[in-house]
Design a protein around this ligand. Structure first.
Ligand code: ZN
Length: 264
């Protein structure tokens, strides 16, 4: 399937329409989901998550018309996540965000029905088993995405480096150099997580993701969150449309079990 690049978050091209071009949208392991915390099963065999981003090599920041994204050098195993539910190490490819127009929603996953103002996704791929990101993205064990909820509160010191770069990528299709950013600074203190098998939350919605959703949110200020809302879904020559509400709603859990790395 090629040529389906006209999806978005608007009334005519938004998540409720995606199944027409991407029938997998109605599949058995779609994401995001609502995490019903009391139904999550504590799994004592789950290993702690090991995040090795020490030598991380960020390359660029860009606006792809759906989110703001930071991409990483992924030619070797310098920047990886391992442990947790994963077999072997998964290389960081990019991270991006989802957020709302209002504080009351914005995240993709919800906890006990409650959305957060935003969500960070760190996208990793299984380079031990697959040759390219594209190949991994089509395989059931190809990707591992770490999700971190954004809550509003105090200013987040490290987030400024990011939000200060947003003016360079305001319009769809823009990109700027963005070096020496270690995304470890965007992780919460506790690495407790929930995990379940799921999918990409944007087309092509491939059911290729092992989700690792962090229990503890990170805090950013309302002013910092406001900077996300200065980005645009549209190109410089188009009528401006504010980039907000770029999230998909929770999908049916179906036969899946959510496992927790911690006791409730
Ligand atoms: Zn995402």
């Amino acid at each position: 399937m090629t040529g389906h690049h006209c999806w978005g978050y608007g009334e005519d091209d938004g998540p409720s329409e995606w199944y027409k071009s991407y029938p997998i949208a109605q599949g058995d392991r779609q994401s995001p989901i609502d995490i019903e915390s009391t139904k999550a099963v504590y799994d004592p065999h789950l290993k702690p998550l090991t995040i090795s981003y020490e030598l991380s090599t960020s390359l660029s920041i860009s606006n792809n018309g759906h989110s703001v994204m930071v991409e990483f050098e992924d030619a070797d195993d310098k920047t990886v996540v391992k442990g947790g539910p994963l077999e072997g190490s998964y290389r960081l490819k990019q991270f991006h965000f989802h957020w709302g127009q209002k504080q009351s929603r914005g995240s993709e996953h919800t906890v006990d029905g409650k959305p957060f103002p935003g969500e960070l996704h760190l996208v990793h791929w299984n380079a031990r088993k697959y040759a390219t990101f594209g190949e991994a993205a089509a395989a059931p064990d190809g990707l591992a995405v770490v999700g971190v909820f954004l809550e509003t509160g105090e200013e987040h010191g490290h987030m400024n480096r990011l939000t200060d770069a947003f003016y360079m990528v305001k319009f769809k299709g823009t990109k700027a150099q963005f070096r020496s950013f270690n995304p470890k600074c965007l992780l919460p203190f506790s690495l407790d997580y929930w995990t379940y098998p799921g999918s990409l939350t944007t087309p092509p919605l491939n059911e290729s993701v092992t989700w690792i959703v962090m229990k503890e949110p990170i805090r950013i200020s309302e002013k910092q969150l406001g900077k996300f809302r200065t980005l645009l879904f549209t190109s410089e020559e188009d009528q401006k449309i504010q980039m907000v509400n770029n999230f998909r709603l929770p999908q049916p859990l179906k036969e899946r079990t959510i496992r927790a790395s911690f006791k409730a």
